[in-house]
Design a protein around this ligand. Structure first.
Ligand code: MSP
Length: 640
């Protein structure tokens, strides 16, 4: 059995909505995990949110919310995004989860008892944006390089972690463990950090300054520094120290991060593990940054790319393919819709899509959609090295995927697609179809092409799972079987003769620039099946409705009424509302959610409970879908 595989993404800060950068890392983790499923490994894939620290407290304050309500709202945006992108994470961790907090306390105590944590007074330059002290040397013209603000001088007593003790050990570990940090440029960057003296890490914040964190188990007046808390998610999620998952998947961890957080992952984290007596993770995989029009994505520049918008316009698999194919893992990449359209048209519609339709339409045309019988001798004659091409494609693909060179692995698959297209041109099945005497050759050629397509569908499965399934179905295969297993892909002549193929289909339509506008417009059109728009009202009539933002404080099932929940909401004042949403929402997932309430609706009694207001929801065949806000707002805020 190959070694188990455990992929992690960074746990994302909850002070901003998810964007293209978060989507990229998480899709990479999904691709890597699916690839390891192809190898027959046991897999586990973790993502989540990082919810403590100054940053979150300040963001919550800005929105007039408590940190608790705020983190619940933003964390949910991340959790809900992943299924939309066909990301199959095994679990989702939040640093506010009780079991995580308990592990942080346990590890802190262990390191403290071992004598690696001490108390000292410290005066230093502190950047609130980064939540860390800077040395003069690290500043650029006296300013934090990330935030371009001057750090403030802060003097306080704090707890420190003796990282300096482990410097030599870490240099040796990084140098002697092949691919510990990859690609190599980031290994070199980490070693360059370590050439400078390694300062001890300040791992506490006094509660007088910050309360939103995990209290140190050995001093009630301090909370834990957010990075010391966050990094431990990778083991707490597995149930460290005794959990079964921990025993299976640690230390087989493969962390995936962008270059911005190389230092905490490449330096603090291995030292924390060493000091706590936990084995060191397997690999740190570091990728570059997605920029937009050559500059960093940022709210203030207004160039933040929303993953769901791209999915809706171009389709999920095309979007996933573009991200993985276009960025050389490790280097920065520039995002533009023009290059996305270019890739869809050339790689997907032209190369793969055309090959697929050409082959299947010939099977339909010449063999009425039934996989023909082949004669081994004829098959060998007609095969022209295609089987060997497939074999060497898989042999090249596997180590590239394993070593996080996904863009190169896809390049190799597309090389094979090129060989397949050439094979069609060389064998010219339409010519073979003209003569009765070459019918056996025609059958062999089309069967070889179908085998090639089957292998391609397996190889693209990690990146484009929906397309892979669609290809399998149209090749007359059962997509519920693990068709992507590498051992199966290595078999030639897998498709059975006599199999009937379903009607052929187009895998990827070409996108013309003008069409994109149409797709956009279509997405915004109202479906016709809904009731007609009601008669006009005046603005005065509308203003009689008092709509308010409310935060759900409590939710419970009413025992005698299956469809109804009793909610306590905060809309500046506390209210009880009874709502028929129990089929679609579990009570615990509603707590902390922000909803829209009709606040001046005459109270009514439902199931013996007086309901003071009504929640707004879009209701269709799937049931109610609660109306929420684009970003958090203070409870009681009116809607206009
Ligand atoms: N909370 C910390 C991580 C703690 S992990 C123990 C954090 N969060 S973050 O929300 O800022 O996420 C940073 C990560 O988001 C990057 O490392 C990367 O994975 C992803 N990206 C954010 N912007 C990105 C780009 N522009 N391009 C590519 N990835 C980017 O740091």
């Amino acid at each position: 059995m190959p070694e188990p595989f455990y992929a992690t993404t960074p746990i994302y800060y909850v002070n901003a909505r998810p964007h293209l950068g978060h989507a990229y890392t998480t899709i990479v983790a999904d691709v890597a995990t699916r690839f390891h499923t192809m190898r027959g490994c046991e897999v586990y894939f973790l993502t989540g949110t990082d919810e403590h620290g100054d940053k979150v407290v300040r963001a919550a304050k800005k929105e007039n919310m408590t940190p608790r309500n705020y983190v619940d709202a933003i964390s949910r945006l991340f959790r809900d995004l992943w299924p939309e992108l066909n990301v199959k994470n095994s679990s989702f961790i939040r640093t506010t989860d009780a079991h995580h907090m308990a592990v942080v306390e346990q590890v802190l105590q262990k390191i403290y008892d071992a004598g690696d944590i001490y108390f000292a007074e410290y005066e230093g330059l502190y950047c609130f944006g980064c939540e860390r002290f800077y040395t003069e040397r690290e500043l650029v013209e006296g300013k934090c390089p990330d935030h371009q603000t001057e750090p403030e001088v802060i003097k306080e007593s704090n707890y420190f972690f003796k990282m300096s003790r482990y410097r030599d050990w870490l240099v040796e570990h990084i140098s002697n463990t092949p691919d510990f940090i990859r690609p190599e440029r980031y290994k070199n960057e980490a070693l360059a950090f370590l050439k400078e003296p390694l300062e001890d890490l300040c791992i506490s914040r006094p509660k007088s300054r910050l309360k939103w964190g995990i209290t140190l188990p050995f001093d009630n007046d301090f909370v834990t520094y957010v990075w010391f808390d966050a990094l431990l998610n990778y083991v707490s999620a597995l149930g460290y120290p005794e959990g079964e998952l921990f025993k299976t998947f640690w230390p087989a961890a493969q962390h995936i991060v962008a270059k911005d957080i190389l230092k905490p992952h490449g330096i603090y984290w291995p030292i924390m593990l060493k000091a706590a007596g936990i084995p060191i993770y397997r690999h740190l995989n570091v990728h570059g940054y997605w920029n937009v029009e050559q500059s960093k994505m940022s709210k203030s520049l207004g160039n933040v790319i929303e993953p769901l918008a791209l999915k809706n316009i171009y389709g999920l698999d095309a979007f996933r393919f573009f991200l993985i194919r276009d960025m050389a893992f490790g280097l920065d990449s520039n995002f533009s819709e023009a290059s996305l359209i270019q890739r869809i048209n050339s790689d997907l519609a032209n190369d793969l899509g055309n090959l697929f339709s050409r082959v299947l339409s010939m099977v339909h045309k010449y063999f009425r959609g039934v996989v023909p019988e082949i004669e081994p001798a004829v098959e060998q004659e007609c095969e022209l090295g295609l089987e060997e091409d497939a074999r060497s494609t898989i042999a090249e693909y596997e180590p590239l995927m394993e070593s996080f060179q996904f863009h190169n692995a896809l390049r190799v698959v597309w090389q094979f697609i090129g060989q397949m297209n050439k094979y069609v041109d060389l064998t010219a099945p339409w010519e073979l179809a003209k003569k009765k005497s070459s019918r056996k050759s025609l059958a062999a050629v089309l069967c070889n092409l179908m085998e090639g397509l089957r292998i391609i569908s397996g190889l693209i499965y990690p990146v484009m799972p929906e397309t892979a399934v669609k290809m399998q179905k149209h090749l007359g295969l059962n997509p519920d079987e693990p068709f992507y297993l590498l051992d199966r892909l290595k078999i030639w002549n897998f498709i059975q003769s006599g199999t009937r193929l379903p009607k052929s289909t187009v895998l990827f339509p070409r996108i013309e620039a003008a069409e994109k506008e149409e797709i956009l417009a279509e997405n915004q059109e109202l479906p016709a099946r809904y009731p007609e728009i009601k008669p006009e009202i005046t603005i005065d009539e509308f203003s009689k409705l008092d709509l308010r933002v409310a935060t759900v404080v409590q939710a419970e099932i009413i025992p005698r009424a299956k469809k109804i929940l009793k909610l306590e909401v905060d809309l500046g004042e506390k209210r009880i509302i009874v709502s028929g949403i129990a089929d679609n929402y579990a009570p615990q997932e509603l707590v902390g959610k922000q909803v829209i309430v009709v606040a001046n609706l005459k109270p009514i009694k439902l199931m013996g409970i007086v309901s003071n207001g009504m929640l707004l929801a879009a209701v269709d065949e799937a049931g109610p879908n609660l109306a929420t806000l684009d970003k958090p707002a203070a409870p009681g805020t009116p809607l206009r």
